[in-house]
Design a protein around this ligand. Structure first.
Ligand SMILES: [Zn+2]
Length: 701
């Protein structure tokens, strides 16, 4: 055996069975492993392109096998980048990234594979496939079409040129937003000006000043100077707490006109992006970009999205007006003599919130020790879905001593899934926030079922001398959210990895299972049941629970209208708007905002110039998805409310149905059908409006 081969034999990224060897991977393993995987994968595609048979075993299964090799190698690298980052690992990742992207592009654009897929669909065996198999094949055909595989000659060349330019424009757009954000600062030196600021804002602003003045970092939280920036964690608390309204106006104007002039001007880019998207959609045979976007989503068509918009607008319009009047009255009563402007809204809204139900994270944290919350979450899942969890430490290698490994059992003793929980923050190597990711998908390998394995990562405070890890309420709902994704990954019953768990689920339906779980955090018995003051042992007082619930619906009308303004502008720009016409994108936004916002928009607003979601990230003609998934998850939860949340036996039966439909089907069944299976009817907006306090009877609280 030569040395090269021996090294590959010892490479922990090249195992292809069992649990990944997270404890052994070093950055120097990445490049040789990925080169090996890519070489083998490319050879396999070469072979397939010569020899494929248009059958499941002759084409789809070989493609699935290739994915397994990537799960153990590339999947591990991506995961470690999030939880055990280092310069060396990042460098190794970057060294192979382009080749990995290229490989997947090659597969999706291969005309031979495309023809094979079409032959399967048109062949005699089609009728014998199950629903998940058909969806997998149809999604592959659709993705290949969207990647331009059906185009030839000039059209193909033009398509590729558009793709290339769009990808550049996307990067430029987000860089401009970043640079324009960085270019602004607002310095405060008088300590009297910081009156009313929370301690955290003083700390952040002093820190920011020091970071910008490295040679002379003299700022302190109490004595300044303080530096305010347009980064949201700085901008938002400043607008809520800074008393000088002239300053607020300055900062607001800067925020709303970011990246709209000078070196970082995005106005021209927006038009170019919209023009190219339209042309791309038309090359693929769609009328506009929204039709292309919706072709791979759950929402049937633009009309279905518009219907949801108009129902929500109708319900939120009057409450949003009343909420604004409330702020006007408060401002007047507090001595503001000029009319309420946009830069006053967050400020007075925050005062109102303080008056009504102020509580702080620090007040709540002691009641939410992480271990207690996890126990509560597990027992809820046992109650609802009949599954149990047990620590399985030692059975699988982990990347850090704090990581827990769990076995998921189906009531009795049968193992059905596994998951890792990485609970604590490690700022030096782990990214922020919380997330769920699939580690190994459920599938058959050599005729044997492999159970799914899922990652759950949080950023809780690690325990310190005698003090357990304590969670904020927001961290609790986030854990429930991610665990909802996790359940869909773990309780899937689909046997093909392309449609198992969260794979293959439509973009606008993927947040349903996650948001569904969040609802339980507002169920008194569930929430109080998982609280226990770490010193006194007391459960959360009812009074604090009531405040948490009140905060959930605070200014819901205004929040809805804001999301709808973004969603409707996005949809309009990708349907009827003519990028070559007289009307500008800013006109479109102004008109929609005029109609929706009870406080007319600032005419100079250039909000679109920093709307990264739709111009730099993946939300083009898809911003509506936020509300779409909320509608579905609220309606699913309402089924439980209807039978009574304390009705244990009925809840368990309904929970089982939820498990067998929404959690089990993954990407293997059309999400609208799955919803019907669970709810017995199409989704409606009533439940979301009721939960948000916007359904007539309850909104005037
Ligand atoms: Zn999510």
């Amino acid at each position: 055996m030569n040395q090269e081969k021996m090294k590959l034999n010892e490479n922990p990224l090249l195992v292809d069975t069992g649990f990944p060897l997270f404890d052994r991977v070093q950055s120097e393993h990445v490049v040789p492993a990925m080169r090996h995987v890519l070489k083998h994968a490319n050879e396999r595609i070469d072979w397939l392109e010569q020899n494929l048979e248009p059958t499941w075993a002759g084409l789809i299964h070989p493609l699935e096998e290739l994915n397994i090799a990537f799960e153990y190698s590339w999947g591990m690298v991506s995961h470690l980048l999030g939880v055990k980052n280092s310069d060396a690992l990042r460098k190794a990742h970057d060294a192979v990234l382009a080749d990995v992207v290229q490989f997947f592009l090659r597969v999706s654009q291969s005309p031979v594979i495309f023809k094979g897929l079409l032959d399967i669909r048109n062949g005699s065996a089609w009728q014998a496939f199950d629903e998940a198999q058909r969806r997998i094949i149809e999604q592959k055909i659709r993705d290949a079409k969207h990647a331009g595989v059906g185009l030839s000659g000039e059209a193909r060349e033009r398509f590729n040129a558009i793709a290339k330019e769009l990808s550049q424009l996307r990067t430029d757009f987000s860089n401009h937003v970043l640079d324009a954000t960085k270019a602004f600062e607002f310095i405060i030196t008088e300590s009297g000006e910081t009156q009313g600021w929370p301690e955290t804002l003083k700390q952040l602003a002093a820190q920011s000043w020091n970071a910008a003045n490295k040679e002379d970092p003299q700022a302190t939280p109490d004595n300044g100077p303080w530096r305010i920036t347009l980064d949201f964690p700085s901008y938002s608390p400043f607008m809520e707490h800074h008393r000088n309204r002239t300053h607020r106006e300055q900062v607001y104007r800067a925020y709303m006109t970011r990246a709209s002039a000078g070196a970082f001007d995005n106005s021209g880019l927006i038009n170019r992006i919209l023009k190219l998207r339209k042309e791309k959609a038309q090359l693929l045979g769609y009328e506009n970009y929204a039709d292309l976007s919706l072709d791979s989503k759950m929402a049937e068509d633009v009309a279905a999205v518009q219907k949801m918009f108009s129902e929500l607008v109708q319900a939120a319009r009057q409450p949003s007006r009343e909420e604004l009047d409330e702020l006007r009255r408060l401002a007047r009563a507090s001595g503001q003599t000029v009319p309420l402007a946009h830069w006053d809204v967050p400020f007075w809204a925050e005062r109102l919130r303080e008056q009504r139900f102020e509580y702080t994270d620090e007040q709540l944290r002691p009641y939410f020790p992480l271990s207690r919350v996890i126990d509560g979450l597990f027992s809820l899942c046992t109650r609802l879905f009949g599954v149990t969890f047990e620590q399985a430490g030692g059975l699988a290698p982990v990347w850090h001593a704090d990581v827990h490994f769990y076995r998921v059992k189906d009531g009795g003793d049968e193992t059905i899934a596994w998951f890792y929980l990485d609970p604590y923050s490690r700022p030096e190597e782990k990214r922020g926030g919380a997330w769920m990711d699939s580690c190994l998908n459920r599938c058959f390998i050599d005729g044997k079922l492999r159970h799914p394995v899922v990652h759950l990562c949080c950023n809780g405070t690690p325990p310190t001398d005698g003090r357990p890890s304590l969670m904020s309420f927001n961290e609790v709902t986030t854990l429930f959210h991610e665990f909802g994704h996790g359940l869909q990954g773990m309780l899937t019953t689909v046997d093909y990895s392309d449609a198992a768990g969260i794979n293959g689920i439509e973009w606008d339906a993927v947040e349903v299972a996650s948001q569904f779980m969040e609802n339980w955090c507002y169920h008194q018995q569930t929430l109080i049941g998982m609280t226990k003051h770490f010193e006194t042992g007391e459960p959360l007082p009812d009074e604090l629970f009531d405040k948490i619930c009140a905060a959930r619906t605070f200014r819901a009308g205004s929040m809805f209208m804001r999301q709808l303004e973004f969603g409707m502008t996005d949809m309009m720009l990708h349907t009827d708007f003519d990028p070559n016409g007289e009307e500008t994108v800013f006109d479109v936004h102004q008109q929609i905002a005029q109609d929706l916002n009870p406080l007319p928009p600032m005419p100079e607003s250039r909000f679109l110039c920093s709307f990264n979601h739709i111009f730099a990230n993946g939300y083009a003609a898809g911003y509506y998805s936020y509300k779409w998934a909320e509608v579905l998850s609220a309606d699913a939860f309402a089924a439980f409310e209807e039978i009574g949340l304390e009705n244990t036996a009925a809840i368990a039966a309904l929970g089982r149905r939820y498990r067998d439909t929404i959690l089990a089907c993954g990407g293997g069944r059309d999400p609208m059908k799955v919803f019907h299976d669970f709810r017995g009817r199409a989704p409606g907006t009533d439940a979301l409006l009721r939960h948000s306090g916007l359904s007539g009877s309850s909104h005037n609280k």
